[in-house]
Design a protein around this ligand. Structure first.
Ligand code: 13P
Length: 266
């Protein structure tokens, strides 16, 4: 596998993020993050980088609840303009202001439910970096695209267009998340081999677009029905450097178990 070229290039700390999507309320969001903070005390920041991405409206409260910990705060989206007449949108400056470190860009639900294009997502990646946030750029194919053997084409297009104009220095701020759409919320996880194949493809593309050393430093998360009991084998794959967790991040015990399993697997 391509990834072998990178073995030992750098010790990447695994990065596990919980994407809460449109879930929780003001009370449960705080108790969830409190559970994450206390469960990850030994691991967050030292063995694994850990982040939670609550809905916009709860960012501030959740940020307050994790402020004395090494668990980071992330947003599920960001708009590309800095301020002005953009009703309903939230800028990177605002996210930074409430304590965000990360911003998810181009999640498949935004691509396929809301209709975001690669061009829009690329603007968001630029805006996130410009605003001092670390973008998590999501890529991944639909089931019909996988069945039609288009996974490579789709992931290549999403990666190249999503990173258009991002030079090597800025690229160091970016995490890539491979989330096969057919594995999201379905209980169908990509096999470790399927995940590794696409992760190696992504790393190979990054090596072409930048260089091998830089490609070896970029963390590539896997997302799609990650659970405590499949974390070990997914994280055991050479090019899987972290996880973007949906459903299982809504239970503190499960998310903490995933973080601990990720720490053990590396
Ligand atoms: P699930 O873990 O619920 O499949 O969601 C994955 C995801 O979309 C994370 O961003």
């Amino acid at each position: 596998m391509f990834g072998e070229h990178f073995r030992g290039v750098t010790m990447k700390k695994p990065f596990v993020a919980g994407n809460w999507k449109m879930n929780t309320d003001s009370h449960s969001a705080v108790s969830l993050v409190e559970g994450v903070v206390s469960g990850c005390e030994e691991t967050a920041g030292s063995k694994v980088d850990v982040a939670v991405c609550p809905p916009f409206v709860y960012l501030q409260q959740v940020g307050k609840a994790l402020s004395s910990s090494l668990v980071a705060l992330g947003a599920q989206d960001v708009y590309f303009e800095q301020k002005g007449a953009f009703t309903g949108e939230v800028s990177s400056a605002m996210l930074k202001d409430v304590g965000c470190t990360y911003a998810i860009c181009g999640h498949s639900e935004r691509r396929h439910v809301i209709g975001e294009t690669d061009e829009l997502i690329n603007k968001k990646v630029h805006a996130a970096i410009l605003g001092g946030l670390l973008p998590i750029l999501c890529v991944g194919e639909l089931l019909e695209e996988r069945k039609a053997n288009k996974t490579t084409d789709v992931v290549t297009r999403q990666l190249k267009k999503g990173l258009m104009g991002i030079g090597p220095e800025k690229m160091l701020a970016v995490t890539i998340a491979y989330e096969p759409v057919w594995a999201i919320g379905t209980g169908l996880t990509a096999t470790p081999g399927q995940a590794q194949d696409v992760h190696a493809l992504i790393r190979g593309l990054l090596a072409e677009m930048y260089d091998r050393k830089l490609a070896g430093e970029i963390r590539i998360q896997y997302g799609g029905s990650v659970k405590p009991d499949n974390t070990g084998e997914l994280m055991g794959q050479e090019d899987v450097n972290g996880l973007l967790v949906g459903g299982a991040s809504l239970k503190a015990d499960d998310f903490v178990a995933i973080v601990k399993a990720a720490a053990r697997a590396t």
